[in-house]
Design a protein. Structure first.
Length: 128
């Protein structure tokens, strides 16, 4: 059985800037001892439960274990921790440290990629 380690609220609701058009962005951290296919199954299992509790289908649920560093970093640094299983706190802290290291290691590469992409768009060499 996959254990839920933590739940984070992020995006406009976490910032207090939601509008009536905003969806609710949630991120979950699961035990890392399972294959990614099991994570996806857990997401499909949890989504109807969450939408029922929140009484809205406007929920975006991501699994932090599978998220790119840039998204996971944003969730962990700007989001709000809603729930944490106390006996799994060390897992969350270790995961957070791993994400921060990965994010800051990859940030210079991502910057170069974005600069190149902007240049190609500016020169009309993108997509065609």
């Amino acid at each position: 059985m996959i254990t839920l380690t933590a739940i984070f609220l992020f995006g406009f609701y976490a910032q207090g800037k939601q509008t009536r058009l905003s969806d609710i962005d949630l991120a979950i951290l699961l035990d890392s001892n399972y294959p990614q296919e099991d994570f996806f199954k857990k997401k499909l299992e949890l989504l109807p439960v969450i939408t029922s509790i929140l009484r809205t289908d406007e929920v975006d649920l991501i699994i932090l274990n599978c998220a790119p560093y840039s998204l996971a970093y944003r969730v962990l640094s700007q989001g709000k921790l809603l729930y944490e299983k106390k006996e799994r706190r060390s897992h969350r802290v270790n995961f957070q440290a791993q994400v921060y290291v990965g994010y800051f290691d990859f940030q210079p590469v991502e910057k170069v990629i974005h600069q190149g992409l902007r240049q190609r768009i500016k020169e009309g060499r993108f997509g065609g």
